[in-house]
Design a protein. Structure first.
Lengths: 283, 283
């Protein structure tokens, strides 16, 4: 595996692969890799001739008071993990390399970004779409892999790709969980032992919602209320949002029908965690 | 020459050329072609193996009350002109093809868009950068050609290309003028005969500024004042702006030094015309 830090060098390699007709799979990450990231990389590896991953903690997608400074970074730990997962090139640019002096261009998706994390993190998705657009132009992948834990992010990027006619296939990969149900996240490292236990309320409440739907419940308000009650019963948890929206547009639902996304953001102590499940009802 | 109306078809062709290593030159236009456009096309023709031009009157770059509806359109006139100028593929998408239902993604350059036309036409450059980004992704050119009459547009697009790491070279082409000095524009067709005469005040006032600089004048305010006075002396002309700014950032100037852009927007009757010249002073 080769580590590349220069945009110019990464782009020159990508240009060569495109011209040589070599298929490229790309896994953009913010590093501190866990099994979720590695699953994306292994999948990219099996579906493409060349696998590129990036590690870049993107300041543009963090709001004021969020955890940009604290976000865990450890390239010495990440590099061998990426290599073992089959990554050929690990792109690790600096902030200055990605946003040089005078930087002033932004990509914005205006609708599917409104609710959920877009509502509680203003500017977050503008940062995500801008950096992903840059990374796509630098790496020129045929396929890009994103974890479904950030389901809204997947929908936002799909929308950007479709709207701006980008020539890349977006491939979402199911959430990877610990044995006890906790969705993997680089932010789990923030959790104290008792918070780690409390955090299980996210996946448990999603399971409860799935059971309700299996039992025939079709009213979004009833399902959301049950989920909220479960989370509120956990003293260390504070709800940021509990939303049940239609896929793929993430618009409000009157009644469960087709594919819906039940998405949560919950603060466990100071740590904001997200999780989700797709509820499917035959129409 | 082949006329293409489908995004998908255009993109499939472009992908083939890229893979085949064929260089592509691209001239995006809003049609109603004049010698300025044709100069861009002929230049693209000499510098690339394949020449693509587009004709698309982009609603996104017109403001409320602007001339989107009236903007002249005549594909039957344009197609043979483009073909004679060496265009291989003329891409002519519909508005629905470019902005299908649910469209919601925009590209924005925030600084170099602030003054000049950006100030008098809010949202204009957001429309320009969005459509150019789409066209670049569809046509995948190696080089794209833009007329220098829209000097700010050239700088905005260069900035977007640099910031978003696009793999395309932006080539500005000098303004083409009528024998009497009027800069060519599709909007010149709006001018009544006496307005056509009055419109010469734009190029004449730019010439006057060049003379002042040749005579040693270095104060932007003095130069702008002289230009304004000349334009104000023309009864049919109404100044939108007269600006003298630094290149390439279009920031204000205290003193002429290096390359500066003297840019005008002037209403002649109901027709808004723009023109400019580069004033160069050895530092």
């Amino acid at each position: 595996m080769e580590i590349i830090t220069s945009v110019r060098e990464m782009q020159a390699l990508a240009r060569k692969w495109r011209q040589g007709g070599k298929s490229t799979g790309f896994v953009p990450t913010m590093g501190y890799l866990h099994e979720g990231h590695l699953t994306l990389m292994r999948k990219a590896r099996t579906e493409n001739e060349i696998t590129v991953a990036s590690i870049f903690v993107n300041p543009l997608q963090f709001g004021v008071g969020e955890d940009y400074e604290e976000y865990p970074r450890d390239l010495e730990r990440d590099a061998p993990l990426a290599e073992a997962a089959g990554v050929d090139y690990l792109f690790v640019p600096t902030v200055r390399e990605m946003y040089p002096r005078g930087y002033q261009t932004f990509v914005e998706v205006t609708e599917v970004t409104r609710g959920l994390c877009g509502a509680s993190r203003p500017g977050h998705f503008r940062g995500v779409t801008t950096v992903v657009m840059k990374l796509f132009n630098i790496v020129k992948p045929d396929r890009a892999y994103f974890g479904w834990k950030d389901a809204q992010q997947v929908q936002v990027i799909r929308r950007m790709v479709e709207d701006l006619n980008l020539d890349v296939e977006i491939i979402p990969v199911p959430i990877v969980r610990e044995a006890d149900g906790l969705a993997l996240s680089s932010r789990n490292v923030y959790l104290e032992p008792e918070e780690r236990k409390a955090a299980l309320v996210l996946s448990r409440s999603l399971k409860r919602a799935e059971e309700l739907v299996a039992q025939g419940e079709r009213q979004p308000e009833v399902i959301k209320e049950q989920v909220k009650q479960m989370i509120e019963a956990e003293p260390l948890a504070q709800i940021d949002y509990v939303e049940l929206v239609a896929l793929p547009d993430l618009t409000p639902l009157e009644q469960l029908q087709g594919q819906a996304l039940l998405a949560l953001a919950v603060r466990i102590g100071k740590t904001r965690l997200i999780d989700n499940t797709v509820l499917e009802v035959e129409g």
